[in-house]
Design a protein around this ligand. Structure first.
Ligand SMILES: [Fe+2]
Ligand SMILES: [Fe+2]
Length: 173
């Protein structure tokens, strides 16, 4: 059984993860319309991963006798200035998610909810990867700048990503 404080915080985090999925889907649609199917596919796989993160929390709540509360999810932005802006925004968003996971982790420790603390270890690790990858892609798009052949090459490379949650992003090395 988890405390109501921890339960509420997990429900909030589940909403953040679903919102992340929404945001990345919106970014994927923008990239697809911008004739960058590789970047769009990469972002779509990212959206799927975020929905999986939300479902991990859903299951943790159920496993621990917590109450699942599905809060309303806000609409993500639909317009973006450039592909580079998309990845800059994704990187900023991941940093916010990290801060939110860290807050949740601290709460689990304060509440002596050790099962939740251990459960959250995976999320802490995952955020290291998420920040690294989104930061790298934002940086690579900055390097490409207005060079169209470079952008097309990056698009082709990212299109290689397979949809699975554990598939490593090619550009991440
Ligand atoms: Fe996530
Ligand atoms: Fe993420």
């Amino acid at each position: 059984m988890m405390s109501s404080k921890v339960q509420d915080a997990f429900n909030e985090q589940m909403k953040h993860e679903f919102y992340s999925s929404y945001l990345y889907l919106s970014m994927s649609a923008y990239l697809d319309a911008a004739n960058l199917p590789g970047l769009a596919a990469w972002m779509r796989a990212q959206a799927r991963e975020e929905a999986e993160h939300a479902m991990k929390i859903f299951d943790h709540l159920l496993d621990r006798g917590g109450k699942v509360q599905l809060h309303p999810i806000g609409g993500p932005p639909a317009q973006f200035a450039t592909p580079r802006e998309v990845f800059d925004q994704a990187h900023r968003h991941e940093k916010e998610v990290t801060a939110s996971i860290n807050g949740l982790y601290g709460l689990a420790v304060d509440e002596r909810d050790f099962a939740s603390r251990v459960f959250l270890d995976w999320f802490v690790q995952e955020q290291v990867e998420e920040e690294k990858t989104s930061g790298l892609l934002a940086e690579q798009l900055r390097m490409v700048g207005d060079d169209r052949p470079g952008l097309l090459m990056l698009d082709r490379e990212l299109g290689q990503r397979r949809g699975g949650a554990s598939a490593p992003p090619p550009a991440g090395g």
